[in-house]
Design a protein around this ligand. Structure first.
Ligand SMILES: CC(C)(COP(=O)(O)OP(=O)(O)OC[C@H]1O[C@@H](n2cnc3c(N)ncnc32)[C@H](O)[C@@H]1OP(=O)(O)O)[C@@H](O)C(=O)NCCC(=O)NCCS
Length: 168
């Protein structure tokens, strides 16, 4: 395998910030616009130190990063929702279809079980065929459609709400 998935470390943060910006500019399947602000270096250092959310990176065997996956709790991990996490991810286009997304999902699921999480959730644009295929392959189901929840250059796009319940 040419890739490994591991937790983000402080030494990765400059490359991670470049990677997220790069992927934001490459795809229209993310809810973030390339011009939206992304966290700054010190905010990321703080977020990683807090250990209150998951930051995974996919690293090529030659050392550089090709993907990221984040998972976070709503409401500051409030008691009633701490069994649920929301997931977002991105892979550099040149590396699509090589199993990087799958690898990050498997690592995320292992981590989620260790955290006592029983529900995984995400939103995906209905036209993101590759994303929807990956999530279905990983056992996610469509729960509903968020109508016109994304607007890109005046064009509305629907999103699927997808989830997976983790059994023992
Ligand atoms: C969605 C994304 C994360 C998938 O990552 P990836 O590394 O390409 O995923 P994988 O290679 O592990 O798996 C992709 C799965 O998609 C499916 N797939 C592959 N090629 C496809 C294609 N051309 N069309 C539709 N589905 C396809 C397959 O089911 C494949 O799994 P398989 O090879 O085991 O059969 C990546 O394409 C990406 O970053 N896209 C842009 C950002 C984005 O959409 N983020 C998610 C927002 S919800």
């Amino acid at each position: 395998m040419d890739f490994k998935v591991r937790h983000l470390e402080n030494k990765d943060i400059p490359e991670y910030l470049h990677l997220t910006k790069y992927i934001d500019n490459e795809t229209e399947f993310l809810s973030v616009d390339p011009k939206d602000p992304r966290p700054k270096f010190m905010e990321m250092v703080g977020a990683v130190a807090q250990k209150n959310q998951l930051f995974l990176v996919a690293q090529h065997k030659d050392g550089y990063l090709v993907g990221h996956l984040g998972a976070f709790w709503r409401r500051g991990k409030g008691k009633r929702v701490r069994h649920c996490i929301h997931i977002g991810l991105g892979v550099v286009k040149d590396y699509w279809g090589k199993g990087v997304g799958t690898l990050m999902f498997k690592a995320m699921e292992k981590w989620a079980k260790e955290q006592g999480v029983t529900r995984l959730e995400l939103d995906v644009m209905t036209n993101n065929e590759r994303g929807v295929a990956l999530y279905k392959k990983m056992g996610f189901e469509i729960e509903g459609t968020k109508r016109q929840s994304i607007c890109i250059d005046g064009q509305y796009i629907d999103e699927y709400m997808m989830s997976k319940i983790l059994e023992d």
